[in-house]
Design a protein around this ligand. Structure first.
Ligand code: ASP
Length: 597
């Protein structure tokens, strides 16, 4: 295969027994047992035990962890009883005949194995070592496999992989842009794309009927646990398409990825739920369908109630909603803790109930309720003796949101093997901000179900927009697009974007829409999150080769860094006095070291 190796380690098996072969990789654990040295040798794909007899092979005593070596030897079965069932090659070992050190390694900042838990800061500082760990190497392989399944599927379906620029104008996803100053036109800036949204729509105008791209996107958002300022999307778009065309394409892509990464068949079509139903039954637009514990509306059971706590809420248009969290044996203190938590979540209060053997209730409110009310709630929630029921009376969406939070906290399964996709459909066109402004709930290029309805009651209008959710995480979103300039102008108008502003920001795009634009629709899937979930990783950083920390910096290269004054001058830029003052405070002789976060 090469001068250094004849076999990759994961290829060693039955057929290679007794063969003279060469393996190359890095030295893991070294054990010296009665004059014989055992080495775990790891390459990019696997680990195998190498046995070195120092009497016959020189060099073993000089070895240190992570030395890069090539070993020539014979594959043999390990003596009975010494097999390692945790290792794919655990029944074999290589009996070394010669050993060549290809390069030495300095003392390590952390152990290269899956058992050690080093601080992320340290891992990222030496990401090249971190990526040698089997788990990280497997994540990289899975990512590559996933992307190749995506490409294969879309290539077969006749999609064109088209690149779009990364130095662009401000784009419309609603986050803050990363700006890049132009040297050739001082005082002017490019933005890095938040997504290729407008370019992919232009490709539809251009007659590219099926487009996709594994696209890098940039959003200058504040720190959030599972977000990166730079991330990767599968971006796609199709002409003469409606929602169903998007769904069937994305479903085929997801099935291929799941098949290649998990070895299982994804049952298609994927289930669907409307946005409103999802909010009511799960308290969120990202429902985790791996478990039940659905929220029920109990308002009907209390329509005539004499209990003021509920009656008052119902009279003012609110709702009583509840979940059954099952047989829990919670202490009184634990139950009171849930009441406290409810208040922190912004609702007025929580009623807890423990169902007695008689089907009656142990609850602070039991004495105010009729037995018929109790019976109806028991029935709606499928209550059994010992079950704990949680009831919230408040404005309907808030009541569901609180119960949705408890549902996740108390019900989310520990098992990791299950994958449950769901489409969430019929999102609203707009959302209302705390200040009372309308903003797009997806982006402003999303088609409403009815233009008429959008004109008259924009805050209620339903969009042809949808999300794909996996195990309670939003995996992607998309929509049918507006394809006529008139409707597009109406949306800008409702958003309070004046004609002049629309013209100056999106004039080029509105003009393009005027040249026979086909109806089109599309979608984007977050690849980092998809791979993370399928690899059972809780953080997307574990599947991104070189991620940033939560503060958006790279402890290895120390990006972002300051630049020389001359570079700023060339760009016609200056750092303002306030920032300069803050920088000089930070200045220490060691400023090339990563900032602490
Ligand atoms: N551009 C959108 C996003 O990045 C996806 C889409 O509508 O296709 O979320």
């Amino acid at each position: 295969m090469s001068a250094y190796r004849s076999h990759f380690i994961d290829r060693l098996g039955e057929d290679e027994l007794g063969q003279n072969l060469k393996v190359a990789g890095w030295v893991g654990r070294i054990r010296d047992l009665g004059g014989i040295t055992f080495i775990d040798l790891r390459d990019g794909r696997g680990t195998v035990q190498v046995v070195v007899d120092p009497a016959r092979v020189s060099g073993a005593s000089d070895l240190r962890m992570e030395y890069c070596v090539s070993v020539e030897g014979v594959l043999r079965l390990r003596p009975e009883g010494t097999e390692n069932p945790d290792l794919a090659t655990g029944s074999y070992e290589v009996e070394a005949q010669s050993l060549q050190v290809l390069s030495r390694a300095a003392p390590l900042p952390f152990m290269i194995d899956d058992r050690s838990h080093s601080e992320e800061q340290v891992r990222l500082r030496h990401r090249y070592l971190d990526l040698r760990r089997p788990r990280m190497a497997a994540n990289l392989r899975a990512r590559s496999k996933g992307i190749s399944a995506i490409r294969r599927t879309l290539d077969q379906l006749g999609f064109l992989d088209v690149e779009t620029p990364t130095l662009v104008n401000s784009t419309p996803e609603g986050a803050r842009d990363f700006l890049v100053p132009s040297r050739l036109q001082p005082g002017h800036f490019y933005a890095l794309p938040q997504s290729p949204q407008l370019f992919k729509q232009l490709l539809m105008v251009a007659g590219v009927e099926r487009y996709y791209q594994i696209a890098r996107c940039y959003r200058d958002e504040d720190t959030r646990a599972d977000r990166q300022v730079e991330f990767t999307q599968l971006d796609l778009e199709g002409s003469f398409w409606e929602r169903e065309d998007v769904f069937s394409t994305i479903e085929q892509v997801m099935a291929a990825v799941v098949r290649d990464l998990r070895g299982t068949e994804l049952p298609l079509p994927l289930p669907r739920i409307t946005y409103q139903e999802s909010l009511a039954r799960y308290g969120t637009d990202k429902p985790d369908l791996r478990f039940g514990m659905e929220i029920a509306d109990l308002s009907g059971a209390f329509a005539e109630t004499g209990f003021r706590g509920f009656a008052g809420v119902l009279e003012s248009g609110g709702a009583v909603r509840g979940i059954n969290i099952g047989n829990r044996n919670f202490s009184r203190a634990r139950l009171d803790g849930l009441v406290e938590q409810t208040k922190q979540l912004g609702a007025a209060g929580l009623v807890w109930v423990v169902v007695k053997e008689s089907a009656g209730w142990r609850s602070p409110v039991a004495k105010f309720l009729q037995s018929s009310e109790i019976a109806q709630v028991n029935h709606r929630l499928g209550a059994q003796s010992g079950d704990v029921l949680l009831l919230v009376a408040d404005q309907a969406t808030l009541a569901s949101a609180v119960l949705g939070a408890f549902r996740l906290e108390l019900g989310r399964p520990d098992r990791h093997d299950e994958i449950r996709f769901v489409w969430v459909v019929d999102f609203p066109v707009f959302e209302t901000t705390d200040q009372g402004d309308l903003v797009p709930s997806h982006h402003p290029f999303t088609a409403p179900v009815s233009v008429q309805e959008m004109r008259h009651t924009p805050e209620k209008a339903v969009a042809q927009a949808y999300d794909l959710v996996l195990n309670g995480s939003e995996l992607g979103s998309g929509s049918v697009r507006i394809h006529d300039p008139e409707t597009q102008r109406t949306v800008f108008e409702i958003l309070g974007i004046s004609d002049e502003e629309a013209q100056s920001r999106f004039g080029w795009f509105l003009e393009a829409l005027g040249y026979g634009t086909p109806p089109h629709a599309g979608f984007a899937v977050g690849i980092d999150r998809l791979v993370a979930i399928l690899q059972n990783e809780t953080s997307i950083r574990e599947v991104i080769p070189f991620p940033k920390t939560q503060a958006g910096s790279d402890p290895m290269t120390t990006a972002p860094t300051r630049v020389a004054d001359i570079q700023l001058e060339e760009l016609g830029l200056d750092i303002n006095a306030e920032t300069k003052a803050a920088l000089s405070q930070d200045d220490d002789p060691d400023s090339s070291h990563p900032k602490s976060e």
